[in-house]
Ligand binder design. Structure first.
Ligand SMILES: CC(C)[C@H](C(=O)O)[C@@H](O)C(=O)O
Ligand code: SF4
Length: 415
């Protein structure tokens, strides 16, 4: 009987031959991730449940990334609480303040493989759908139940498949594709749907470009953001992980499947304007002066993103009245950027290169914007107050648009 990729993975995880959209299942969890901001609450709830040991200390992954290194006594105390938990529970997959953004380091360290169920106490856990895993964000109290039992209930989602065709023009990136999709269908256009990205344009994309699409599935309400594994997926996963895995694909005649077609041959670079992710316009329609440009985050802080930006910034300078902050998404990304001479290009352009972490993305650590300031950002959210002051404004774009705009000091088409 025909099923979607999500249905197949949830059926396997709940030991069933078949599940249907709308059905409630109790699934075995393969990976549970919590970070320095959501971990403390999950641990508090876990302690209330009273279970002595986590269900499987090899399946729990704990990265520190939101407030690293500690920027206040509160975050220092959170870190201490979590390090103690790591020790007591004998959690080997612990990544302290030096490693980088959770959604980047999970695949880098081989925790992500196709066909598994991954839950994270962070909404952008949908990023790992790019590897064909059913991966989704959950709350801290749900995480406490997972830590305690290794299981979680899910309502099986229906699927919207975004079938993307066409060749992207130079300097048009996967970020522009996902911004266009969200602009068209709206911030609630895929609420509780399993979003699936497919078609020839996706086949041509690298794993990092695919991660950008999956990462932003939640910004249109998606439960997850899947991409059918292919040779590129398998090569990446085999390089990073020694886990066994199985791949799944959606049957074209699955009854809960809806397909939406997109053609991207003539797509222009896109920008999401304040204060909503679906307030999307082509970059050529916007003319705004910038106080800050942020290149980084789990959406666009990977090595390919830094390369895209460096190509444009090479030999140029960031505009005088604009500051550019660059946060490589992980230590590995930082190290590659060093080897490839990208960091030198950034420093010579007068950009500020920071440590791998979430940075200004959620306005809770470094690089906040003040009242009336305007930020252009390669991250995924731009609601009021997201990067600091509620009177500040955030525009979202691709790394190429960010780099070109930093040089001009205003939102500019990358050329
Ligand atoms: C802190 C965390 C709960 C939050 C999330 O879940 O997404 C953050 O990562 C974000 O991007 O807003
Ligand atoms: S980089 Fe931003 S979106 Fe991603 S996990 Fe960190 S705060 Fe959330």
């Amino acid at each position: 009987m025909s099923m979607t990729m999500s249905e197949k993975i949830l059926a396997k995880a709940s030991q069933k031959n078949r599940v249907d959209a709308g059905e409630i299942v109790i699934a075995d969890i393969d990976i549970a991730m919590m970070h320095d901001l959501t971990g403390p609450l999950a641990i508090e709830s876990f302690n209330k449940i009273g279970t002595e040991k986590v269900w499987d200390n090899n399946k729990v992954v704990i990265p520190f990334d939101h407030q690293v290194p500690a920027d206040s006594l509160t975050s220092a105390n959170n870190h201490i609480l979590m390090r103690e938990f790591v020790k007591k529970q004998n959690i080997e997959n612990f990544y302290d303040v030096n490693e980088g953004v959770c959604h980047q380091i999970l695949p880098e360290f081989g925790h992500v493989v196709p066909g598994e169920i991954i839950v994270g106490a962070d909404s952008h856990t949908c990023t790992h759908g790019a590897f064909g895993a059913f991966s989704t964000g959950i709350g801290s109290t749900d995480m406490a139940m997972v830590l305690s039992t290794g299981k979680l209930w899910f309502k099986v989602p229906e699927t919207i498949q975004f079938n993307i065709e066409g060749t992207l023009k130079d300097n048009v990136c996967s970020k522009d594709v996902i911004l266009k999709i969200i602009g068209d269908i709206g911030a609630d256009g895929a609420t509780y749907k399993s979003c699936e990205f497919s078609g020839p344009t996706i086949k041509d994309m690298s794993m990092s470009d695919r991660m950008v699409l999956s990462n932003m599935a939640v910004e249109m309400g998606g439960k997850t953001g899947l991409i059918e594994p292919d040779e590129k997926t398998i090569n990446y996963v085999k390089k990073h992980s020694n886990k066994n895995f199985r791949t799944y694909k959606t049957d074209n005649d699955a009854s809960s499947l809806k397909v939406i077609d997109f053609e991207v041959n003539n797509l222009e670079p896109q920008v999401a304007c304040p204060n909503n992710v679906d307030n999307v316009k082509p970059v050529s329609e916007i003319d705004v002066e910038l106080d800050q440009v942020f290149l980084g985050s789990c959406t666009n802080g990977r090595i390919s993103d830094l390369r895209d930006a460096a190509k444009i910034l090479k030999g140029k300078k960031v505009a005088k009245n604009t500051r550019m902050l660059i946060y490589p998404a992980s230590r590995e990304t930082y190290s590659k950027a060093l080897d490839e001479g990208l960091i030198k290009i950034f420093i010579e352009a007068n950009a500020l290169v920071m440590n791998p972490c979430c940075g200004p993305c959620l306005g809770g650590h470094t690089g906040l914007i003040g009242p009336e300031e305007i930020s252009l950002s390669t991250s995924n959210r731009n609601f009021k107050g997201r990067q600091g002051s509620p009177e500040g404004k955030v525009y979202l774009c691709s790394p190429a648009t960010a780099a070109a705009s930093a040089i001009e000091g205003r939102i500019t088409k990358p050329e």
